[in-house]
Design a protein. Structure first.
Ligand code: GSH
Length: 234
């Protein structure tokens, strides 16, 4: 029986792109449901019911592991789930599997949050706070250095094979300029980046909802994402 489409609640940001790329790489059918985070759609009760942390991405798979529907939030958990469902991009062998998972956690706990803060303080903060800009720009450079070193001896982040660790990290590095990075200073990373960017599934994944992608500009958008709306008790 053909696989029922997976419902993806998402927006064209790095965390959304991870899931779009994975779905494309796995050849899974999916329906895209845009959640405009600048308009506050992440706070709507239907979305919060599946993503209680009010962040994209989230998915609902009508055919979960037990044949019943399953909903998931947190992009790392979604990547692990889709890898388990399809048997792709997360090796079965224990040693190789933990290698991938450690680099996935490195992305979730380090690359995403730190590059996100670098972007925020450089591009969006209402005042230019030198200390915060330096701290997160330096941390961004350090993380790019870690990845560059790793890729100096490995074709992919977790070793010889393309995995969900590559899929998780790649979308975050696409905004390198806004993170205060000069990509050419990380030659091994750049070679890997250019290779990943050319994968047909990656090209398709980053195009999902691309027409809706725009910089956060208006006061209303900033309020939704960084102001009182964000911190209201729900
Ligand atoms: N750790 C989460 C982070 C998700 C996240 O930060 N999503 C952002 C867009 S990239 C979001 O939905 N922001 C809306 C908000 O904070 O209200 C994941 O990896 O899924």
């Amino acid at each position: 029986m053909p696989q029922a489409p997976i419902d993806v609640y998402t927006w064209p940001t790095p965390n959304g792109h991870k899931v779009h790329i994975m779905l494309e790489e796995c050849g899974l059918p999916y329906n895209v449901h845009p959640v405009d985070i600048g308009k506050g759609q992440q706070f709507e009760p239907d979305f919060l019911a599946i993503s209680p942390n009010n962040k994209i991405p989230a998915i609902t798979d009508p055919e979960g592991p037990d044949g019943k529907p399953i909903s998931l939030f947190e992009s790392g958990a979604i990547l692990v789930y889709l890898a388990g469902k399809t048997g792709k991009f997360l090796p079965e062998g224990e040693r190789a599997r933990y290698e991938v998972l450690q680099w996935l956690m490195f992305q979730m706990g380090g690359v995403g949050p730190m590059l996100g803060q670098a972007h925020h303080f450089r591009m969006y903060a209402p005042e230019k706070i030198g200390y915060a800009i330096d701290r997160y720009s330096n941390e961004a450079k350090r993380l790019y250095g870690v990845i560059d070193k790793r890729l100096s001896g490995n074709a992919f982040i977790a070793g010889d094979s393309y995995s969900i660790a590559d899929i998780a990290i790649f979308p975050w590095l696409r905004s390198w300029e806004n993170q205060g990075i000069v990509l050419q200073e990380y030659p091994h990373l750049k070679k890997w980046f250019d290779l990943i960017a050319k994968r047909p599934a990656v090209e398709r994944g980053v195009k999902v909802l691309a027409e809706l992608r725009k910089p956060i500009r208006t006061d209303e958008e900033k309020e939704m994402l960084f102001g009182k709306t964000q911190y209201a008790k729900r």
